[in-house]
Design a protein around this ligand. Sequence first.
Ligand code: RUB
Length: 334
Amino acid sequence: MEEMRIPIEVMEIAEDIKSMKIRGAGRIARAAARGLLIAAQKFEGVKVENFLEYMNRVADVLKKTRPTAVSLFNAISYVMFRMVKAPETDVERLKKVVIKSAEEFIEYSLRAVEIIGEIGAKRISEGDVILTHCNSSAALSIIKKAYEQGKNIKVYATETRPKFQGHITARTLAKAGLEVTLIPDAAIRLIIRRVDKVIVGADTVAANGAVINKIGTSLVALAAKEANVNFYVAAETYKFSPATVIGELVTIEERDPEEVVPKSYLAKYQNIIVRNPAFDVTPPEYIDVIITEKGIIPPQAAILILEEEYGWAIADYILQATRAIESDEEALLA
Ligand code: RUB
């Protein structure tokens, strides 16, 4: 039988994530869940094995869009794990499992951002000056909530080169009524002296509490540490990476140099190398707390969140590693 083609709507979601039309770790995760949902709805056929093979192909396409935000992979495994473990033996019922799981994930994710706002706003005091980098829905949820509670706060938003996500942040906050000042990234060390708190989002939180976020975040953290300014990270628990528990490193996305300089520049100066890493790693020593929907934790407690939320995934990785060792040993003995 001919392979069922991946629906155009799913390919469009994948393309929108790649091109950053859909961006930000939370949005990417919800878009991937929506992609799986649409794929399940559109499947035509009655054979379970065909459905599973097709859903795995869809998951692979979505996983290949951007490499750094673990939220993407966690959203996909949330849905796919439930599909694989479901006792259902007919396609229509399996489709329902996928649709329900994807809806559950999306709902959970939106709620988590709201709860982070509620919890994080308690850490914001009247008169605070806050600096944020890039554009994080979780970080903005805290800032907006504190403002809605009547706290008189001001915000510095970094431009966030080369893609200028800071402009989205500035516009969002200004629209909500806040006083916001947009600054070039290079002004961070000068401005930090006027700042009380830094709040940023996360693409991935590693098992040791290191936070991977938009390029430049670790420089903000460095400046904050030097100036004794609190550094908060707002991150839903699906941004914690179970693979880092077994030693996997987080891939830092390197994007097209054309986002940094125009094509004509690259053509003219062919002997100049232009690099465009999209994320960096902020070590746990630079982070005061991580604000999650399950509460506020020190970065060193990331492993506890991972054990609680992703114990099953970690156990699975360890099982795979054990099997690999055993099969190596068997090969040696043979
Ligand atoms: C976005 C970015 C954001 C995190 C968190 O990078 O680094 O800070 O994804 O965002 P990009 P959120 O623009 O390259 O996707 O809190 O909205 O999930």
